[in-house]
Design a protein around this ligand. Structure first.
Ligand SMILES: *[C@@H]1O[C@H](CO)[C@@H](O)[C@H](O)[C@H]1NC(C)=O
Ligand SMILES: *[C@@H]1O[C@H](CO)[C@@H](O)[C@H](O)[C@H]1NC(C)=O
Length: 253
């Protein structure tokens, strides 16, 4: 009942037909609401390709905190982590405890199902901070499409990977003041039934269009993470870093 009310509200406010809401915009309103739509950590666990080890669970919200409509991810320097290096390729040294979540629902673009993925973000841009809002393949890799990725400069990177070496990146200026700005990606199958067109928006203005080769029919995870160092350079901050997301809304036709 509650879910159908949410769907109706999004339907009216978006002014479009036949949208199905997969993640409603209030999923960060409370821990219990969050846990209906999101899992703690990466699909494969706590470690990935930067120096942050992700920490969070139903009983620990010190690095992953959904409350009052905002998801706050918090990185803090950590000493003597065990094990001292990431268990994920390329096994960087762990320097931070931080946070990541992934959507329980997988996202699969098909010829009849276009997806819109959006949210508002307060993203740190200091050297060594590497927040992201991105899609990555459930099986194998790519597909990957990065809707938000900040690598220690005042830019957001939109990226689509056809292969590890064939990548399209478009950069848009991103304010350093931690103000919230919206990002959106609309993913639609091309008429060849294989490739996916991705239109990327910032603050509701179209900023880039990219194409993912063979993304149709491939399930993807949606991830919100505060990774550290890695592609953003090092050393990262000596203090606490905070990345916030709100009004994340995922719909498909
Ligand atoms: C590392 O993770 C970022 C997202 O945080 C992603 O854009 C990038 O492709 C990943 N790189 C590798 C080598 O896995
Ligand atoms: C990825 O593949 C699509 C579909 O073939 C193509 O349109 C796009 O240009 C490719 N991207 C790059 C960076 O080559």
């Amino acid at each position: 009942m509650l879910l159908s009310l949410v769907v109706a509200t999004d339907f009216l406010s978006a002014g479009v037909h036949a949208q199905t809401t997969v993640i409603p915009s209030d999923s960060f309103s409370s821990v219990s609401r969050f846990e209906q739509f999101w899992n703690y950590l990466y699909p494969l666990g706590s470690d990935h390709n930067g120096s942050g080890r992700m920490v969070g669970s139903s009983s620990d919200h010190s690095h992953i905190n959904p409350a009052g409509g905002t998801l706050t991810l918090i990185a803090t320097p950590t000493s003597n982590p065990v094990p001292p290096t990431s268990t994920a390729n390329p096994n960087p040294a762990i320097h931070y405890a931080s946070g990541v979540v992934h959507a329980k629902s997988q996202i699969t673009v098909t010829s009849t199902q276009s997806w819109t993925i959006q949210g508002e973000f307060s993203a740190p841009t200091a050297k060594g901070t590497w927040p992201a809002f991105w899609l990555t393949a459930v099986q194998g890799w790519p597909p990957e499409a990065d809707i938000g990725e900040w690598k220690g400069t005042n830019n957001n990177w939109y990226n689509t990977f056809n292969t590890s070496a064939v990548v399209r990146s478009d950069l848009v200026a991103w304010p350093a003041d931690l103000s919230f700005h919206s990002l959106k990606a609309v993913l639609t199958a091309e008429s060849n039934g294989k490739d996916v067109r991705i239109d990327f928006y910032m603050d509701n203005a179209l900023r880039a269009t990219q194409f993912g080769a063979g993304f149709v029919g491939k399930a993807m995870w949606l991830i919100v993470n505060l990774q550290m160092e890695g592609s953003s350079g090092s050393p990262g901050p000596s203090g606490t870093t905070t990345y916030k997301a709100r009004n994340v809304l995922v719909t498909h036709t």
